[in-house]
Design a protein. Sequence first.
Length: 531
Amino acid sequence: MDVMPLLLLVAGSAAVAAGARRSPVPAPLLLVAAGLAVSYVPGVPEYTLDPHIVLPLVLPPLLHTAATDSSYLDLRAQMRPVMLLSVGYVLFATFTVGWAAYLVVPDLPLTAALVLGAVVAPPDAVAATAVARRVGLPSRITTILQGESLVNDATAITAYRVALAAAVGEGATWAGGIGEFLLAALGGIGMGLVLMVPIHWLRTHLKEALLQNTLSLLIPFVAYAAAEQVHASGVLAVVVVALFLGHRAWEVDFATRLQEEAVWKMVAFVLESAVFALIGLQLPVVLKGLGEYEGGRAAWYAVAVFVVVVVSRFVWVYPATFLPRMLSARIREREDNPTWKGPFIISWAGMRGVVSLAIAFSIPLTVHGGEDFPERNLILFLTFTTVIGTLVVQGVTLPPLIRLLKLPGRDAQAETLAEANAQAQASRAAEQRLEELLSDERNALPDPLADRLRAVLERRRNSVWERLGQANPVTGESVDDTYRRLSREVIGIERTVFVKLRDGRYIDDEMLRTLLRRLDLEEAAAYREAG
């Protein structure tokens, strides 16, 4: 097996993603553009998107890291809009896009058109949520987009299986389709509920951080495979387990959390970079064999499907936002009255991604009778153009659109004040407990060490309040920036001295690593304290 193309893909996509962090263009868009450009470079190998790799090996870890970073409580509070988008909208888009493609494309069977509808139905909110955090969207909109992205893939994959069964001649019925959908959904949720408690118990009882993080890397694959084995939704199983583990992450020891955060950030960065680059690299594969649909006809079909995909989201989102309020007095009492701007942003943040392409590439070559699957290459092409079109058109315009609409962003002052109040309560409780412990002769400490414990608590309590203060009138630095800069300066001096002592053979390398590890933890603590 030639691993060089894989290494080039990972290295190249990581380099482009790193460069995107220094540009105003969202990373997914730059990665797709780079993939498109590289696909035409002579000598570049053909990268085929294998659904047998993407769905079971790439999708679970991306879902896991997104779900563990999400708030279970916030998602529960926004359950209605999340479910209306992740289930209702995906099914609506499946039928709307499928029917439109059936009307527009001659000789395309309705069953094959519905396969196309299911393939392009689920938005990939990775890019949308990245933009949301970058431009400071209100937390409610960010939560809704995150929640939609966690569940909509399960809905789309199940709808695709039902439509595919009809297209290949398996005699699927409406009742059978609904039954399969319910089995996949309830089975996936049930499998997640069964797995989440024993997995969490195992995580809390393993005593070594390395073992706990090894288990952490296996969890999404185990949950996905276990659910798929019983024909349930692996996506929902992964999401349920990850939401529970994220909600109970405080019960795991600090060393595991520190390692886990770094490991999963790296995994998510590599996978997200690679899959968006893969989207661009698919162009030669998709164009190959397009046959009679090359040229103007294919372009017309692509534009038509793209427009229907974009418009159908608006058609669904606005009624789904305002109708429940009109019909329920309880909703009107409990929730603030939304403006038209929030639903507009949610509607426009419907970019498609790698899951749609992976599902499209899993379409079989033939139906049960042995004939070719109707218009398979055209479906692949329309999926590709829809993904590229939404990423380019909506991905480029979403940030300026958010700024143009002037949506109220996150209230940083109010969030810092809430953080300061929470820290003050925690510090008071900790100080009271510390004095109780120090009053016991079994916990006797020299005064300097006892004072150091008190000083650490005081520093932690005061640090958040200091962030509410004014910037330095001389340098313009905030209190946070000054604190971090001074911490880095003094810790950097200590590191330099330790290295000189090692080079002079006063200490060995093992002791140097121990001392540097201690300084690393202190620098990390200083960075976190400053916020």
